[in-house]
Design a protein around this ligand. Structure first.
Ligand SMILES: [Zn+2]
Length: 77
C-alpha cells in the first residue's frame, strides 16, 4: 500500500513537470520573431538619408529623418 502512495506522488510530480515543460515550449514558440513584411524606405527631404517609413517624421507630405531636420526644412521655407 505504501508503494502505491509513492507511485501516485511520482506520477503527480511527473505530470506537473511535463505540463510546465509543454507551457515553456509554447511560450518559446510565441516569442520567436515573426517574419516582418519588408518596410517601405523613404528619403529625408533635408539630408537625403534613407530610413524606414515608420521611423520617419512626416510633415507636409515630406519625410524627414528627425524632428531637427523637419524644423530646418520648415524654417528654410
Ligand atoms: Zn535628415
Amino acid at each position: 500500500m505504501k508503494y502505491l502512495i509513492w507511485i501516485a506522488v511520482a506520477a503527480i510530480i511527473w505530470w506537473v513537470w511535463s505540463k510546465r515543460k509543454a507551457a515553456a515550449r509554447r511560450r518559446q514558440r510565441d516569442d520567436s520573431p515573426q517574419p516582418r513584411a519588408p518596410e517601405r524606405m523613404v528619403r529625408c527631404a533635408n539630408c537625403g538619408v534613407h530610413l524606414p517609413e515608420s521611423d520617419a517624421v512626416i510633415h507636409g507630405g515630406d519625410h524627414y529623418c528627425s524632428a531637427a531636420h523637419r524644423d530646418q526644412a520648415v524654417s528654410r521655407d
